[in-house]
Design a protein. Structure first.
Lengths: 388, 357
């Protein structure tokens, strides 16, 4: 098969298994103490700054970053184990998730020394949260068509005008890495990739309005962030002016490959496992087996990417593939389960399986949209197959 | 697989190149010529230790041989011999037949074993009953039969039967591969008593052997389909330039990549001497689940020519449709996996999942 799609198997990591055991113990204690309750898709919906700070205290944020920036210089395999355990438990990780997953690594790659020193230690402590400033009301999959603009004023600062949408938890966050147009597009089909720039925008600046957009279950996670003559200090340029497209592409490799791309509905599968154990029903056990086999394959794919990141690679095509297969699985979990269990999905259900099913169903359309629609992802995979 | 196996793969490919796959029938039930060439090159004993009569080499070498032959639709019982029956006999301290003579494994049906004293020493058994769905029945000279033990004894009996004198029924799978029954009427054989766990491992290794074959055939079907989409022109451009076709090929690639990752990991558990049952179950189920998507889309992209025996595609798609339910059906292994993952109770699912591979 095309070598751009396949990666070498991940070597076993004792360090990862060690930290996995620690996280598992921590989560059992927190659950027993009642500091959180398990929910589906908590990396979108479970905002809990106190919980994020606890993770920071234990060294489980910014794990792979240099120690001089508050990181812990551990491997991507160890970070994989930590994130996987948190997701499987349905823990409230949304506050720090984007900052730890992609904004921090983005700052490490492209940020100035001052930016890194000011922000990275706070992310690693679980105190500083980020949103993704990419999509706009008129720009989704066609990201390069964004219209939010920034222009330098006489002081050398950036004046930003426009709007970003689907900014998850902007109302709880401190910064948005915002993709803006700072120059005209070039000629040709890829010309629109020119003239784009990433800015590090403090969300408390004057001129920024954060308006809620409610998703299907009524939850407030999404926002519209409107910029009206927002003056962003000149030293908050991230990376190079005009290199925004390249930087965004690198960021997406981190965004697309992690276990949150197949474990968003794991708490539902866990609840179903308890049910199948109680009933001993053969159809339920077979469904559990089939879904588990898919999950186990996805783990191997995602682990291979973690190992590739440890080797210093940026496997954007395999990451697109994992996200396509993984998010399809996330939605299928709910469908497969409801076919073999007598259960009514309801957020008010006295049955935890009914509640988990309701949460998974109402969040389902998002799995295959966020972070790049599966159509976009399959286009990337097709490129990896040499078709375009 | 790792590049250490490149030489083995090249050797098998060289041999395959002079044996075109053909549609199997009752009269031409296997590729005897291919087998003879493989045996002469020592490839029918790869991964089996030299002191037991094999050709030596690593498990990874045996897997590479099986993968290459599966991708080439080689009609020979090499997966059974190298990855299932051979290792099962060795694990039970039974003698390995000459690797030049095809060996297979029988795990289904109702065969009873009774200890016998036929004068040939200890470890002799008498087998009675019918072994069903036996891969390469009528072709394999030797059959390792997993039989029910005498009443009151737990586990199973693994016995090595000389198949030359046995009555076989002519049944074949969707690709025409022999899958008949063997009638054992008081047949004398050497054998060994296995624990239930050991018998479970024999079944799991067989399932993993099929999963390895499935993974290789799925990869080959994807490669053929990508190639065809690049060569076949309609509306003035290659099929692969159409976005709708690209989506289909990308979906196939996702399935194939997922299967390969899990099957590779399951094979590694075997290499590390870990419990293989749940890993094999997962690999077999995942590989089988991919067949529906990959075979369907491969045929869709190939169009009508792929629906004929004039095109090579059927050599693999017909095998895929059968292999997914052989060596234990997808349903059976799904249940084994579901039950096994809940062995520590309903709260133990996640720890169990993180231990499988």
């Amino acid at each position: 098969m095309s070598s751009s799609l396949t990666l070498a198997p991940a070597p076993p990591s004792e360090a990862a298994e060690e930290v996995r055991t620690q996280v598992r113990g921590f989560l059992a204690d927190e659950l027993a103490a009642g500091t959180f309750t398990t929910h589906v898709d908590t990396w979108l919906s479970g905002v809990d700054p106190a919980f994020s700070r606890k993770l920071g205290e234990r060294g489980w944020l910014g794990m792979t970053w240099p120690k001089r920036y508050g990181g812990h210089e551990r491997s991507a395999m160890e970070r994989y184990a930590v994130t996987e355990e948190l997701l499987a438990a349905g823990a409230p990780v949304a506050a720090h998730w984007i900052a730890d997953r992609q904004s921090g690594p983005n700052l490490l790659r492209y940020g100035t020394e001052a930016q890194r020193q000011a922000i990275l230690p706070r992310i690693a402590a679980g105190e500083c949260y980020f949103v993704i400033g990419m999509s706009e009301p008129d720009s989704g999959s066609d990201l390069a068509s964004i219209r939010t603009r920034a222009a330098r004023n006489a002081d050398g600062d950036w004046v930003v005008n426009g709007a970003k949408v689907w900014t998850s938890n902007a109302h709880h966050s401190h910064y948005a890495i915002t993709l803006v147009r700072t120059g005209p597009p070039g000629e040709g089909p890829r010309g629109k990739h020119q003239g784009l720039t990433q800015l590090l925008v403090d969300l408390s600046l004057p001129g920024i309005a954060i308006n809620p957009i409610r998703i299907l279950d009524g939850g407030h996670h999404f926002n519209e962030v409107v910029f009206e003559d927002v003056v962003v200090p000149g030293d908050m340029l991230l990376g190079e002016e005009g290199a925004g497209w390249h930087q965004v592409t690198a960021e997406l490799a981190f965004e697309r490959s992690g276990p949150e791309r197949f474990l968003s509905t794991y708490p539902l599968l866990a609840e179903f496992g308890r049910r199948a154990c109680d009933t001993g029903d053969r159809a339920q056990l077979a469904t559990l087996g089939r879904l588990s086999a898919r999950l186990l394959a996805l783990r191997q794919l995602s682990l291979r990417i973690a190992a590739a990141l440890d080797r210093g690679e940026l496997p954007d095509i395999p990451a697109a593939l994992v996200k396509d297969v993984g998010t399809t699985f996330e939605a299928d979990v709910a469908d497969e389960i409801r076919r073999v269990v007598e259960v009514t999905p309801s957020l008010d259900s006295p049955d935890p399986l009914g509640r988990a099913l309701a949460e998974a169903q109402l969040h389902a359309p998002g799995y295959t949209l966020r972070g790049g629609t599966n159509e976009i992802l399959r286009g990337i995979v097709a490129r990896g197959l040499g078709l375009r | 697989m790792a590049s250490d196996q490149d030489l083995v793969v090249e050797t098998v490919r060289d041999i395959l190149s002079s044996h075109e796959p053909f549609a199997l029938t009752a009269d031409t039930a296997w590729d005897a010529g291919l087998w003879a060439d493989l045996a002469e090159a020592g490839l029918t004993g790869v991964g089996l230790p030299e002191e037991a009569g094999g050709s030596g080499g690593e498990l990874a070498d045996a897997v590479a041989v099986v993968r290459t032959l599966a991708a080439g639709a080689g009609a020979v019982p090499v997966a059974e011999q190298l990855l299932a029956a051979g290792p099962a006999l060795l694990a039970a301290d039974l003698d390995l037949p000459d690797p030049a003579e095809p060996l297979t494994l029988a795990i289904a049906g109702a065969v009873h074993a009774e200890p016998s004293d036929d004068g040939d020493g200890p470890g002799r058994w008498t087998l009675t009953g019918t072994a069903t769905d036996v891969a390469w029945a009528g072709v394999a000279r030797h059959v390792a039969v997993l039989a029910q033990p005498p009443e009151g004894i737990e586990g199973a009996v693994l016995a090595l039967v000389d198949a030359e004198e046995l009555a076989t029924s002519d049944a074949r799978n969707l690709a025409g591969e022999p899958r008949g029954s063997l009638v054992l009427g008081g047949t004398a054989a050497s054998g060994a008593l296995l624990t239930a766990a050991q018998a479970g491992e024999v079944r799991a290794r067989y399932a993993l052997a099929r999963a390895v074959q499935l993974a290789a055939a799925l990869e080959q079907v994807l490669a053929w389909t990508v190639q065809y989409a690049g060569e076949r022109h309609q509306f003035g451009r290659p099929l692969g330039r159409f976005q709708a076709v690209q989506m289909e090929l990308a979906e196939m690639a996702g399935e194939v990549t997922a299967v390969t990752a899990l099957v590779d990991a399951a094979v590694q558990t075997l290499d590390r001497d870990e419990d293989v049952v749940l890993a094999a179950a997962a690999a077999k189920v995942r590989a089988g689940a991919a067949v529906e998507v990959v075979a369907r889309l491969a045929h869709q992209v190939h169009g009508a020519i792929g629906f004929t025996q004039e095109h090579r595609l059927h050599h693999l798609t017909r095998r895929l449709w059968s292999w997914r339910d052989e060596a234990g059906s997808e349903l059976t292994w799904s249940q084994v996996l579901g039950v096994g993952l809940l062995a520590q109770g309903g709260d133990g699912l996640w720890p169990a999942l993180t231990r499988v591979v």
